[in-house]
Design a protein around this ligand. Structure first.
Ligand code: PBG
Length: 322
């Protein structure tokens, strides 16, 4: 009897690289960027060591630097100067995201500018939409608001809008609104399977978007559900999503895998703020080898089936591998 020896193909770097099944390409990574309207809101984000909020000029410089390293896509989040119940700052022609998009496209025309599309950074109550008289997020009124924001992002020059609100029917409505204004080339990356997750905590700190009462469980998905994620993704594809997303990433690799098996559209995964904070916290204390942990993490997303990885580690990964 011969002994079957898989270890033969693990003996050296060369042979391991030869038989490697998946590779992470820098150009499949997306770097999220937080942009503050008021320069005094810029600065380091406590709960996300190594990440900062930028004013518009600094955001452009940062994007220029990472573009040079090969990170060619960014996802913009805005921190407005003022909030109100109807999120009027979200669709203002000179709103923070609209200004950032214009500046980025002017200075770096080849950079792919994605804009996160949600009301939570712009509402004084912190929910992802317009409230009805009972204090619930009103689906259809919110969908109208989102369509209006999408058109304002397209006017500013966004390449792609990324609705992250989890309202029903928003992808179809946004697509129709964009097409009506002849923004047929603006793509939609839908946060399709977005779970009501504790792992968004640091982001809400970064963006000042924590709900002032209640939580997001009436619109984001229950972490225990898997079949429902596939249904949400199917609905978004039917409504015209160009790219679908699973979020968070690490605790939801099974969902990513199931989606990869079922659907043929590009799939993105969002390696969210809490996952970043968890790793960075351990790396800073010397409990984890940061470079190895990040490389492993990103390759696991690709192995599980992601075409696109949205990660706060994009720039850092590119710096080491460019
Ligand atoms: C806006 C939005 C959130 C994230 C992306 N878009 C926060 C939330 O839903 O509470 C989270 C991103 C992260 O945690 O890195 N709705």
């Amino acid at each position: 009897m011969i002994v079957l020896r898989p270890r033969r193909l693990r003996r050296s770097d060369v042979v391991r690289a030869l038989v490697r099944e998946h590779r992470v390409a820098i150009e499949q990574l997306v770097q999220p960027i937080f942009v503050s309207e008021r320069p005094e809101d810029a600065g380091p984000i406590d709960a996300m060591p190594g990440m900062s909020r930028f004013d518009i000029a600094a955001a452009v410089e940062y994007a220029r630097e990472i573009f040079g390293l090969g990170v060619r896509s960014v996802l913009i989040f805005g921190i407005p100067a003022a909030k109100d119940a109807a999120a009027t700052g979200s669709y203002a022609p000179d709103g923070v995201v609209q200004q950032a998009i214009r500046a980025l496209k002017r200075e770096l025309p080849e950079l792919l500018v994605m804009a996160d599309l949600c009301a939570c950074e712009y509402t004084d109550h912190g929910h992802c939409g317009i409230l009805d008289e009972r204090g619930d997020v009103a689906n259809d009124a919110t969908v109208e608001l989102l369509s209006r924001i999408a058109v304002s992002y397209a006017e500013a020059g966004a390449d792609l809008v990324a609705p992250s609100d989890m309202m029903d029917g928003r992808v179809g409505a946004i697509r129709a609104a964009l097409d009506r204004q002849r923004y047929t080339d603006v793509a939609i990356m839908a946060y399709s399977a977005k779970y009501a997750s504790a792992f968004y905590g640091p982001f809400r700190d970064a963006a000042g978007s924590a709900p002032q009462f209640g939580d997001r469980r009436a619109y984001q998905m229950d972490p225990s559900n898997a079949r429902e994620a596939l249904r949400e993704i199917a609905l978004d594809i039917e409504q015209g999503a160009d790219i679908v997303m699973i979020k968070p990433g690490l605790p939801y690799l099974d969902i990513l895998r199931a989606a990869r098996r079922r659907f043929d559209v590009p799939i993105a995964v969002y390696n969210v703020s809490g996952e970043y904070a968890m790793l960075q916290g351990a790396i800073e204390r010397g409990w984890l080898d940061g470079q190895r942990a990040v490389d492993e993490l990103l390759s696991c997303f690709v192995r599980a089936g992601a075409d696109i990885v949205i990660t706060y580690f994009a720039a850092e990964y590119a710096r080491r591998h460019a």
